[in-house]
Design a binder for this molecule. Structure first.
Ligand SMILES: NC(=O)c1ccc[n+]([C@@H]2O[C@H](COP(=O)([O-])OP(=O)(O)OC[C@H]3O[C@@H](n4cnc5c(N)ncnc54)[C@H](O)[C@@H]3O)[C@@H](O)[C@H]2O)c1
Length: 266
């Protein structure tokens, strides 16, 4: 399988490392808005940096986005028009109904696949199975205050994150709203909502806890199928505490799922 990668950051590094060790997958090209970073990354992982429009002219099986919601908006529709399958990590962008519809229609028209890995959460198998039998679903995300720094939410809500001494609820709302206010933190809520009952009906709670070192995600869903509860305590990536290591591992697992004949799990 011939692959290109958008985004030479934390997830990109873990994924590129795994691809270098798997002879069935070749990382042919990388692209990043930060050209210097991408050139150094390409050198480190024995691959090539190219301008994105040039990458699209190449014969590739898959393009992996591990960059930002903005990259999804600006680069993914043209990737599908260029007839390439895609994997999207910045799933928050897909809570925008218009963009979601455009991406779905382009994939259908060109007979392509759009893969959304489970990311930093567990339980999407059960959520997908329960489907429209879910009445209520909520994700509770607990992070160290430092991991929430810089989110657009704080432009209007003046919270001194350095003053938080005990677990504190920072935000409660819908997945649709949360991905705009915490774009780097709650892709998990977007993925949950896309697997389940949609961004408007999926509830989100964000808690800042100065006494933890992991990113904790708990899902509670109830409905005609019963009750589902999951909890994961994620190790943050060393160079980007907003991103959980499991998210990068889920991209690698998805690559494996695409290339292997037997698919385990829903
Ligand atoms: N689905 C999930 O569960 C999940 C979990 C963690 C992170 N994420 C998301 O995955 C993405 C990557 O995460 P990360 O930790 O590797 O981030 P990172 O900040 O470490 O790296 C992102 C890289 O992408 C580049 N970039 C940003 N916008 C770009 C654009 N428009 N075009 C090209 N390059 C661009 C940056 O320069 C940077 O090098 C983020 O959007 C993050 O929110 C998703």
């Amino acid at each position: 399988m011939k692959v290109a990668l958008i985004g030479c950051g934390s997830i990109g590094t873990v994924v590129a490392d795994a691809m270098n060790e798997n002879k069935d997958v070749q990382l042919k090209y990388v692209y990043d808005i930060d050209v210097k970073k991408a050139v150094e990354f390409a050198k480190k992982f024995h691959t090539e940096y190219k301008d994105f429009d040039e990458i699209l002219k190449e014969n590739l099986d898959l393009i992996i986005e591990a960059a930002s919601q903005d990259a999804v908006r600006t680069l993914i529709p043209k990737t599908l028009r260029a007839k390439k399958n895609v994997m999207i990590m910045s799933t928050g962008a897909l809570t925008d109904e218009k963009l979601f519809k455009e991406i779905k229609e382009l994939a259908e028209k060109n007979n392509l696949k759009v893969y959304l890995p489970s990311g930093a959460i567990v339980g999407l198998d059960g959520i997908k199975s329960a489907g429209n039998k879910i009445d209520r679903v909520m994700i509770k995300t607990t992070k160290h205050p430092k991991s929430l720094e810089g989110a657009p939410f704080f432009e209007k809500h003046h919270v001194d994150l350095s003053e938080i001494k005990k677990p504190t609820i920072i935000y409660e709302g819908t997945a649709e709203e949360a991905v705009k206010l915490f774009p780097s933190n709650v892709n998990v809520a977007a993925s949950l909502s896309l697997a389940g009952i949609g961004p408007k009906r999926t509830k989100v709670q964000i808690i800042a806890d100065p006494n933890i070192t992991s990113n904790i995600h708990e899902i509670i869903a109830e409905g005609k199928f019963g009750v589902l509860k999951t909890r994961v305590e994620n190790v943050p990536s060393p160079d980007n505490p907003k991103t959980s290591y499991l998210a990068a591992l889920s991209a690698i697992a998805t690559l494996k799922k695409i290339s292997e004949p037997i698919q385990v799990g829903t």
